[in-house]
Design a protein around this ligand. Sequence first.
Ligand code: S3P
Length: 181
Amino acid sequence: MVSPKGRHIVLLGFMGSGKTTVGQRIAKLTNLPFVDTDRLVEERAGKSIPDIFSQEGEETFRLYETEALRHALAGPRRVIATGGGIVTQEENWALMADQGVTVWLRVAFDVLCDRLTDSTGRPLLAGDRTWERTRRLYLSREPLYRRADIWVDGEPPVGQVAETVVRSVANLLATQGERVE
Ligand code: S3P
């Protein structure tokens, strides 16, 4: 198991890539606490993400998201699931790179489309948004996800993805001279 004193495990990826479900499974495997920045934002704002987007706008949501990330990173080592757009703010990279190991859950766009067909609660997929526009968003994000320390195939069953993440993070920390037990 990875040392509890090491850096946080920070999961990145597009909407529908499984950051929350995989993150919860990793938390079980490692006995680390789990936190989701989307849930932190909602708790701290006292309203849902769709309400934040419609009442305060995406820019304000991004400020809340950075604040939630800071809060998550300031605590003891944990597994952190992030929102798909966290990679768009340079400030977030400085925070994540400093205190976490970033892991991209890589899932093909077609698979994401299948997973997101009945999605609710995601303002960027709501309204008259077409798959073509979502695809453009995905393509604009992909180079950002590529900046992650580790890339893991997010398409296999959740347990398998979680084990691969744990193993890959342990390997990376070991090569960087951090204690792994
Ligand atoms: C967003 C992704 C969402 C949430 C918000 C914006 C994005 O999180 O943070 O709706 O910009 O991609 P998930 O990736 O967990 O769906």
